[in-house]
Design a protein around this ligand. Structure first.
Ligand code: FE2
Ligand code: FE2
Length: 238
């Protein structure tokens, strides 16, 4: 595939954002999976551990696409909360144009990550609609929205009080997602032979197989984690 095809938006309304997350070829994705499997998980904080335990209780421990979809619904909200706080910050600081500009750049970063999570969500939903079982309305519509709402409030509050706390929670969440997706791929060797076909391929990435799709998603989660860890180490805006 040529570079133009990889970077051109599929539609005017949905610009492609994959590039920011880093596309890997098949060998790179397999290497990334080995790295993740060989890397211990982070020592998760209390909030993250509670959330993962809650998800296991409601959706069971087996890795199902429906459970991953719930993860993706929740995964977007920290980025939304940071974006909202950043806009409020710009409202209060726009007279200091240099600072406002730096905050705005951060908004752009949050939005790119949020969009990336959005593609994950849409591709999971596409696959579930194609093959998956019917999902119970309350468990897979109402509860995820309640979880996402509560998680938004928590991310927002932590970010207002101390941004590093919110970034740490997100790093835990992304680390968990990275490991879970790579483990999912390992559980499904038949996906190595299954072609990746999606109406979102032009927006997201052209990949050789379903296994590579989930490896790429896992790698995105690693990038999200590393970005949050980098932000944790930074001082507040000045
Ligand atoms: Fe994701
Ligand atoms: Fe993520």
């Amino acid at each position: 595939m040529d570079v133009q095809a990889r970077t051109a938006p599929a539609t005017a309304a949905a610009p492609r954002d994959r590039g920011a997350m880093g596309d890997l070829d098949h060998d790179g994705l397999v290497r990334a999976q080995r790295e993740t499997m060989a890397t211990p998980r982070r020592r998760y904080g209390i909030a993250a551990r509670l959330l993962f335990a809650l998800l296991d209780t409601i959706y069971g421990r087996p890795r199902t696409l429906s459970k991953f979809k719930v993860l993706e619904l929740v995964a977007r909200v920290p980025y939304q909360s940071w974006e909202q706080v950043a806009y409020i910050a710009i409202t209060h600081t726009y007279e200091r144009t240099g600072l406002a500009r730096r905050i705005y750049d951060r908004v752009g970063e949050s939005r790119a990550q949020q969009d990336n999570e959005q593609w994950h969500l849409l591709m999971l939903e596409e696959r579930i609609l194609r093959e998956g079982p019917r999902e119970a309305w309350f468990r897979f519509r109402v509860i995820p929205q309640a979880l996402a709402f509560a998680y938004y409030q928590l991310s927002w509050l932590l970010y207002v009080v101390r941004p590093a706390w919110s970034y740490r929670l997100n790093a835990d969440f992304e680390d968990h997602a990275e490991h879970e997706y790579m483990a999912l791929v390992a559980e499904h060797p038949e996906w190595e032979e299954e072609p990746f076909e999606s109406v979102f391929a032009a927006d997201y990435a052209e990949l050789a197989s379903l296994a590579d799709l989930f490896r790429q998603i896992a790698f995105d989660e690693r990038v999200h984690k590393e970005e949050s860890l980098a932000r944790m180490a930074e001082p507040r805006f000045r």
